[in-house]
Write a new protein. Structure first.
Length: 153
């Protein structure tokens, strides 16, 4: 992979991640599934757990999704939650001409329906991911969220 190919691949992967965030926040399951590899593994175990206290604020999110078809169209809206994700700086390493791994700094805000124990959860952490170029397109192969901090109000 030469420098131009690497720059093009980097841009394609950052576009893929932007679509992931938008698809999650707008509950557009079709958009998310379009960027997932057929045999993807999406590990959300502990994704809403504050590492300082060990408290898991959304135990229902502790799932591992296997395969593109496992992605639900309604996302967190089935729990009455509205999400807002922001991806920040990223590190990307190409492990071959058709594979890469990345780490994305992120902040997410999850707004809960009235009447619950809290109305807002703000999380800080990283997405740790792998990607594979399948045919002409880069696809998300694996993801895992790690947290630095989780706050609720």
């Amino acid at each position: 992979m030469d420098n131009i190919e690497r720059l093009i691949a980097t841009d394609e992967i950052t576009q893929l991640k932007a679509r992931y965030f938008r698809g999650v926040d707008t509950c557009d399951g079709d958009l998310v599934r379009k960027i997932l590899a057929e045999d993807c593994v999406l590990d959300y175990i502990g994704c809403c757990t504050d590492p300082a206290t060990g408290r898991d604020f959304i135990p229902a999110m502790n799932v591992v999704l296997r395969g593109r078809s496992s992605w639900r169209s309604d996302g967190m809206s089935s729990l009455g939650i509205v999400s807002v994700h922001q991806g920040h700086n990223f590190e990307l390493e190409f492990t071959s001409d058709t594979t890469a791994r990345g780490i994305w700094s992120m902040t997410d805000r999850l707004y809960f329906p009235p009447g619950g124990e809290f109305s807002l959860m703000t999380g800080y952490g990283h997405y740790r991911e792998t990607y594979e170029k399948i045919g002409p397109s880069w696809m998300l192969k694996t993801t895992r969220i790690t947290r630095i901090r989780v706050e609720v109000s």
